[in-house]
Design a protein around this ligand. Structure first.
Ligand code: ADP
Length: 447
């Protein structure tokens, strides 16, 4: 096992990783930009290193500075959290070349899954159902029209290098194809420096359902059930729950089994998430994330398994000790992403938190790096905390969530808590009847 881990991240996830390290008796090194000198992850770590000025490219994305921080502290492994360098194959490669363990999969697996065309081809080869579409990149308009006619309109033109919902355009019919192609290409070129695009059937009312996997790189892999992340705004998740209210145990076992077998065959190491769209009883792979996800706590709440602890053990070379039969699902969990934003316009609201009173009690978890008197810097994303609530049933979970949202007080800045107070009282949400377009439609009619 490692003696010392450097956490190459900030905010709530740096704290989350730090907690797992402490429980394993591993020393922690925090890194921070000058804007984060007072952050909680810095205060709680055994050691800390300032790695640069506020812009992320000069600090949290600065590979030479991170390597230097490893060297001066003697850290043997790096946990990348999510975002920043967590899916950067080059970072994983450079660390490995320097004899420092990257707590995540191999650089090769990160690279394959980072290219959506290659990811889809790999998924198909491993027996995972994918969205019908082009076999690879589409270069000419004639090819695009032929493929679209084959799969049937509407279709979605997507960037191979896509992420964050960018480089995607819908074409409802043949007439819209040419402009969808050129718009997706130029957006992809601008955002990612790569204009390769592919075509998929555009699903009209799917849910976003993702399966959590854990592998040891030695041919053992299990799944930890699914999360339903259909409540999205601009393709960004807002509310996540486990298990999905839309699946039954038979469907869960089937898709979970397919995915676990695929990851075993790939010899995948660490945690990962296979994302699907789900419509009319069918699953369609869209992408794989080769890292810990923001919403991982809902899975932890219903399984009792600490995913970061498992990640660290696997990265140290240990084989999986958990078997599929050790994974059981207990009750229901919901996570709300609390952002420092105006709850109606979603404009960022950085500033000083003058009062902070998080909820507590049975089945309640608040993952957050902020505290009373903390000044939120304007340089990073607006997530200030996650409220995760567990109940023995979905109904109990919703009742508890409503109580927690009433208790939660954040003063000095605006937050998205009022939005969740509306959602928890909504009848469609109570019934679990929502797809990926539900929230945007609701927001448009409830200003
Ligand atoms: P990104 O990597 O940019 O987040 P994804 O491929 O994960 O892109 O898709 C993000 C979201 O876009 C999905 O959760 C879903 O809401 C929507 N989406 C993606 N592909 C399709 C599709 N074929 N049909 C309908 N919606 C889609």
């Amino acid at each position: 096992m490692f003696n010392k881990i450097l956490i190459a991240n900030r905010g709530e996830i740096a704290l989350r990783v730090l907690r797992a390290c402490k429980e394993l008796g591993i020393e922690t090194v925090a890194v921070h930009s000058t804007a984060d000198a007072n952050a909680m992850h810095v205060r709680l770590a055994d050691e800390s290193v300032c790695i640069g000025p506020p812009p992320a490219r000069d600090s949290y994305l600065n590979i030479p500075q991170l390597l230097a921080a490893c060297e001066i502290t003697g850290a043997e492994a790096v946990h990348p959290g999510y975002g920043f360098l967590s899916e950067n194959a080059r970072f994983a490669e450079i660390l490995t070349a320097h004899g420092i363990a990257f707590i995540g999969p191999t650089a090769e697996h990160i690279r394959i899954m980072g290219d959506k065309i290659e990811a889809k081809a790999t998924a198909r080869r491993l027996g995972i159902p994918v969205v019908p579409g082009s076999d690879g990149a589409v270069t000419t308009d004639e090819d695009a029209l032929r493929i679209a006619a084959d799969i049937g309109y509407p279709v979605l033109v997507k960037a191979a290098a896509g992420g964050g919902g960018r480089g995607m355009r819908v074409a409802m019919n043949e007439a819209e194809m040419s402009s969808a192609l050129s718009a997706a290409r130029s957006e992809a070129k601008n955002a990612f420096g790569d204009d390769a695009v592919y075509i998929e059937k555009y699903l009209l009312k799917p849910r976003h359902i993702e399966v959590q996997v854990l592998g040891d790189g030695q041919g053992n892999a299990i799944h930890l059930g699914e999360r339903d992340c259909s409540l999205q705004r601009r393709h960004q998740k807002v509310w996540e729950e486990a298990l999905s209210p839309a699946l039954n145990q038979e469907q869960r076992d089937k898709i979970g089994g397919i995915v676990a077998n695929a990851m075993a065959e790939l010899k995948y190491a660490g945690v990962g998430t296979i994302e699907f769209l789900y419509e009319d009883g069918e699953f369609y792979f869209i992408e794989m994330n080769t890292r810990l996800q923001v919403e991982h706590p809902v899975t932890e709440m219903i399984t009792g398994i600490d995913l970061v602890n498992e990640q660290i053990k696997v990265a140290s070379g240990a084989a999986l000790t958990l078997r599929q039969s050790d994974v059981t699902f207990n009750g229901h969990a919901i996570e709300c992403r609390i952002n420092a934003e105006n709850p109606a316009t979603f404009a960022p609201s950085p500033g000083t938190i003058t009062y902070w009173h998080p909820p507590g009690g049975l089945g309640v978890r608040v993952d957050s790096g902020v505290y009373q008197g903390y000044r939120i810097p304007p340089n990073y994303d607006s997530l200030i905390g996650k409220l995760i609530v567990h109940g023995r049933s979905r109904v109990e979970c919703l009742m508890r969530l409503r109580r927690c949202l009433d208790e939660f007080v954040v003063d000095g800045i605006q937050s998205t808590i009022p939005l969740f107070r509306h959602l928890v009282d909504n009848q469609d949400i109570a019934n679990g009847m929502y797809d990926i377009h539900w929230l945007e439609k609701w927001l448009a009619t409830n200003p």
